[in-house]
Design a protein around this ligand. Sequence first.
Ligand SMILES: *[C@@H]1O[C@H](CO)[C@@H](O)[C@H](O)[C@H]1NC(C)=O
Ligand SMILES: *[C@@H]1O[C@H](CO)[C@@H](O)[C@H](O)[C@H]1NC(C)=O
Ligand SMILES: *[C@@H]1O[C@H](CO)[C@@H](O)[C@H](O)[C@H]1NC(C)=O
Ligand SMILES: *[C@@H]1O[C@H](CO)[C@@H](O)[C@H](O)[C@H]1NC(C)=O
Ligand SMILES: *[C@@H]1O[C@H](CO)[C@@H](O)[C@H](O)[C@H]1NC(C)=O
Ligand SMILES: *[C@@H]1O[C@H](CO)[C@@H](O)[C@H](O)[C@H]1NC(C)=O
Ligand SMILES: *[C@@H]1O[C@H](CO)[C@@H](O)[C@H](O)[C@H]1NC(C)=O
Length: 673
Amino acid sequence: MFFQFLICIFSWLTFASAAPPQTKLGCQSTCGDVSIPYPFGIGVGCYQNSELALECNKSFTPPRLLLGNIPVRNISLLSGTMTIAFLVSFNCYNKDGTSSGKFSQKMTLASLFTFSDTRNKLTAIGCDTYAVMSDGSGDIFQSGCISFCQNSDNVVEGSCSSIGCCQTAIPMGLKTLNVSLSSFYNHSNSWAYNPCSYAFLADSEQFKFSRSDLKNFTGIGPEIDNQISFLAVLDWVVGNETCEKAQTNLTSYACGDNSYCDDYHNTNGYRCTCPYGYEGNPYLANGCQGLCLRQGGLCKAKKVTTACIRPWWRWGWGILLLLFVAIAFWFYGKLKKRRALQRRQELFKRNGGLLLQQQISSGESNVEKTKIFVTEELEKATDNFNENRVLGRGGSGTVYKGMLPDGRIVAIKKSKLVDETQIGQFINELVILSEINHKNIVKVIGCCLETEVPLLVYEYVSRGTLSEHLHGKNFISSISWEDRLGICKEIAGALTYLHSSLSTPIFHRDVKSSNILLDENFKAKVSDFGISRSVPYEQTHLSTLVQGTFGYLDPEYFHSGQFTEKSDVYGFGVVLVELLTGQKPISNTRSEEEANLAMHFISSVKEDRVLQILETRIANEARKEEIQIVASLAKKCLKIVGKKRPTMKEVLIQLENLRVFQHQESLRLLTEE
Ligand SMILES: *[C@@H]1O[C@H](CO)[C@@H](O)[C@H](O)[C@H]1NC(C)=O
Ligand SMILES: *[C@@H]1O[C@H](CO)[C@@H](O)[C@H](O)[C@H]1NC(C)=O
Ligand SMILES: *[C@@H]1O[C@H](CO)[C@@H](O)[C@H](O)[C@H]1NC(C)=O
Ligand SMILES: *[C@@H]1O[C@H](CO)[C@@H](O)[C@H](O)[C@H]1NC(C)=O
Ligand SMILES: *[C@@H]1O[C@H](CO)[C@@H](O)[C@H](O)[C@H]1NC(C)=O
Ligand SMILES: *[C@@H]1O[C@H](CO)[C@@H](O)[C@H](O)[C@H]1NC(C)=O
Ligand SMILES: *[C@@H]1O[C@H](CO)[C@@H](O)[C@H](O)[C@H]1NC(C)=O
């Protein structure tokens, strides 16, 4: 916008703007695609002289502009020319040498027109061709050209030089032209490739000879009564006299107030032009418009005798303007830089940067271990948050893979929204994670708060989420039973650590398979602490708005709104069932009352159908005893709290016992062998 405005101002100061009109007010300005400048015009009052009256015949498509009966293709005020259609003369023979058709074009122009001797050439095409042009009677001049070819191979493509094609200049000031053709041998030698001779007046700028013209010449002008035509150029003037004479009678003088008169070189007559620096139609009263005139009439007063020289002050303004623009840009750049800095500081504040700094300075947490990144570092690391770096998209944001300058591969989470709660969750997760150091909990490396949305940087865990491996199309059954047991124990270990080993326990509050990450050895890492809370020991529950994921939500928490450590156990129970069955926590392929996996599982246990709902791989790999133990453990986890839902610690102990049991089993097998 700003830039366009500048350009506009600049051109106003130095150059002319919109093109001035070419036609008298209220007159038709075009016919088809041909424009009609004054002194030409259609209808009384629209032309300067009756010889310059045109017609527009709309029964043709496109409409055809006519001078008398000659089609007009173009009118130029600048060069005083007009492009017209000129009928092609022909002389055709049958194979036996008898005539099959002959036509000679004769054209007589009105007193203000002449055939342009500089643009036109008499042009003939044929291999047995003798073209003659003359004025009407042949008294004044007669001329022509001859074209021959021995065979069609002699003909040079594009070259009009007497083999198949010839051209000759026309005299100055010609007003009548008769073009006729004759042949020497009635085309009997060349009939096969050239049955006709053609001759016409051609605008040499538009004529290009082609070998195929010998066989089938079509012309480039409009067809007139089924006859082909070519384009020729006429010169025109506006009066019969010289300028000097014309200016003595101002009622008939054709040039506008501020235009020059030019004598026409060929015959008597004159034309008008705009002075240098002006443009427009010199035949209209005030048709020539220069920038001087349009910007205050500086030159008008001097009567148009010299070309308008752009005054020095206009250049001065131009230079001043440029200077001004340069300075403006410089300031703009500075301002932009400052704005950007301010914006970053604002964002840092809004994104909880102050909260974080408080935490750091109060020494309450280990946050200082986490690095605060600047925007550029993370943009570089993720290739400007390139789409093909996306690792996953979750409810809370998008996770990108990135590489830090020191070569470390990291996962970078970009918050989705920028509302207060999201930012709160971000800082919460950062603070919680930076206090934790456990091998089965994802590590946070740093954060960036200067961006529009805050960013968190984690260690990169290569195999993605447990959910993907259990339910993703490409991974189904990718994890062995043994690894699954390991994963159970690792999650249980991590949750037990959160619940019982910290000075203030942490409830994760969103335990689900898509929040469990797997490393290259299928070791589990619990992640996503966005809604987790530190809850002092003496406080047994947390009353909050119900948050979490449907399918993993403890029904009791759902009803009471009171989250206890056992609600995490419920979520863990659902993950256990997922590991056993490979089914999704919520699925509409199951019946309505069993869409919820936990319900489905419990009813299967009750009806003793557990084996039937196991994932095939598990049914094959796991021992019956192991399945019984894990299934009953899962059932306990999904129990109502009052009915002895175990704590995470108890769950862990049972899972550890399973390992002892496994160990004993293998010992038993060994001793049996
Ligand atoms: C337009 O051209 C057609 C065909 O040549 C002719 O019959 C008709 O009279 C012309 N119309 C006018 C208005 O000149
Ligand atoms: C008429 O001539 C001008 C200049 O020679 C050219 O720019 C324009 O395209 C021509 N118009 C047609 C319809 O041939
Ligand atoms: C050529 O044709 C004309 C009539 O069109 C005829 O009078 C003449 O004899 C012919 N000449 C030759 C050489 O065939
Ligand atoms: C044109 O010129 C040819 C050859 O000079 C002549 O025979 C013919 O009668 C002329 N045509 C007209 C219409 O004057
Ligand atoms: C002549 O050429 C035109 C196109 O240039 C084509 O439409 C026409 O059919 C050709 N006629 C013959 C007889 O080859
Ligand atoms: C030009 O002069 C001729 C004769 O000298 C005359 O017949 C014709 O009408 C004049 N044309 C104009 C436009 O004055
Ligand atoms: C000036 O031109 C007008 C219009 O062509 C004409 O009527 C008038 O007689 C001319 N005057 C002189 C003095 O030639």
